[in-house]
Ligand binder design. Structure first.
Ligand SMILES: [Zn+2]
Length: 296
């Protein structure tokens, strides 16, 4: 089928892209149904933490997650004490995150991109696993944990390089500590006293991971790129996000306004359910693998 041509669909309850009046949620569907819906359409994918749980990175919003409050932007910029706490915990978390490998869900999305089904991939994850899996048209909505930005001169540098500098400054730190890694590369760790911070190499400015913190806005140009991707798409495939924050939800609502089919693959309910066409209440790895088998 020619790209850009929307195929005739024979199942009206499945293709309704806008919710019926009074509907509170979209009908449940299987991977077969979703494949039917996406066949011949160019889709934009929107992924969240649920996609990376099978890579060992916990989803702090998912069912059964430990209670946790990530550092806000205001807290981070409040001074060196907060930054010391952040970087000490993150130093441990980074080592764990560095070991994470793409899972079947990431690989399936890369396959779907190669076969022309997924044309753009917006991810709320900062772990870099989509690129590692081979996806190329990736927009990292919330930034990248493998990059560092200076709050003084705005220069971007490598997290690997900073990690080496922090390790040299804090040779004994984290040797025998056990910590749990969170999706943003942070870790739960009580004792962060005495952790030495590293400054920017170009100016005395403080360094921040190049990720969007809670309470911080996604850069406008990046948001616009995402809207354009949704504008160019003929379907939206959400995977592994409960769409709790407006940051991602706005693109789902945008797709709903455009009237394109919206598929949500997630364990449990999401804030996008009322505008979804269908939802699959199952894990991303198995569902996306089935989709890639059917469409790839
Ligand atoms: Zn600087």
């Amino acid at each position: 089928m020619t790209a850009g041509v929307i195929p005739a669909i024979t199942e009206p309850t499945v293709i309704a892209a806008t919710p019926r009046a009074g509907a509170v949620s979209a009908p449940l569907a299987t991977a077969d149904r979703v494949a039917e819906l996406l066949a011949g359409r160019r889709a934009v994918a929107l992924t969240g933490a649920g996609l990376s749980t099978d890579s060992g990175i916990p989803d702090y919003r998912g069912p059964g997650s430990p209670p946790r409050s990530p550092m806000t932007f205001d807290e981070f910029v409040s001074g060196s004490r907060a930054q010391q706490r952040y970087w000490a915990r993150s130093h441990i978390g980074w080592q764990r995150m560095g070991l994470a490998q793409p899972n079947r869900g990431h690989l399936a999305l890369a396959t779907l991109e190669r076969s022309g089904v997924v044309t753009d991939l917006i991810t709320q994850n900062v772990d870099g696993l989509h690129r590692q899996a081979g996806s190329r048209a990736v927009i990292e909505l919330h930034g990248r944990i493998d990059e560092v930005i200076c709050l003084g001169c705005a220069s971007i540098s490598s997290r690997h390089e900073l990690h080496d500098r922090l390790s040299a400054l804090n040779p004994d730190f984290g040797r025998s500590r056990s910590a749990m890694t969170a999706p943003d590369g942070d870790a739960e760790l009580a004792e962060t006293d005495g952790f030495a911070l590293a400054e920017c190499l170009r100016c005395p400015g403080p360094l921040k991971p190049h990720v969007v913190f809670f309470g911080e806005n996604v850069p406008r140009a990046r948001v616009d790129r995402c809207y354009r991707a949704v504008d160019d798409a003929e379907a939206l495939l959400v995977a592994g996000s409960s769409l709790t924050v407006m940051s991602g939800l706005r693109f789902v609502r945008h797709a709903a306004r455009r009237g394109i089919p919206i598929v949500i693959v997630n364990r449990g309910i999401t804030r996008g359910d009322p505008v979804a066409t269908v939802r699959v209440d199952a894990g991303c790895s198995e569902t996306l693998t089935s989709l890639a088998d059917l469409l790839g």
